[in-house]
Design a protein around this ligand. Sequence first.
Ligand code: GDP
Ligand code: MG
Length: 199
Amino acid sequence: MPLSLKVVFIGDSKVGKTAVMRRLLGEYFDPVFIMTTSGEAIKRKQLVVNNYNVELELWDAPGHEGFRTDAAVYMKNVKVAVLFFDVTNHTSFENIDNWLNFVPPAESPVQKTPTFIIGNKIDKASRTVKKEEAEHKARKSNSYYFETSAKDNNTEDFNQILKQMIEIVLDNSPGLTNSGTVPVNQALVDPWYKACVLL
Ligand code: GDP
Ligand code: MG
């Protein structure tokens, strides 16, 4: 039985949550913005991490107003919170503080839902959020920080980032893997992944 993890993507509108989701699902980068509406996007993705078969339930949330209405639904049983901002939009970075308030405490034995902050759109020249600034916020909020470009990073890059994130989650949440999960056969583990340098 795979280990099932609910992962939510939250953050201001237009920061790139849907674009990153599309990359994770093997789709191409679309420069045209299409607003995400509530309940629209719950996708499943399977991957092998640390010898575990993991099934991710990926929830792509709408921006602030739409999210607020359904916040309880989005955050129910969430196992991994992914908070996005746009490195060219400083307000979206400041608003990470508001988004952090939506992240619920994790169930025992973990005290905090594992939280990742993602600075997206690093391909753009008009960057206004420094990496150090973002890393500082991540440290202060006990989160992890990654930088991405839905335009330039391909599906393989995003798969690697996702695996690295889930590895962190599994390492920090022994309770998650204690029951109901059978590690996959060693031979099934992708050797390329093991040899790969992440990011
Ligand atoms: P969401 O509201 O957070 O889901 O944002 P979207 O994923 O819909 O993206 C908003 C807009 O930014 C769209 O026009 C995307 O094509 C664009 N976009 C998203 N990610 C990137 C990126 O990494 N680089 C660039 N240059 N544009 C991006
Ligand atoms: Mg969207």
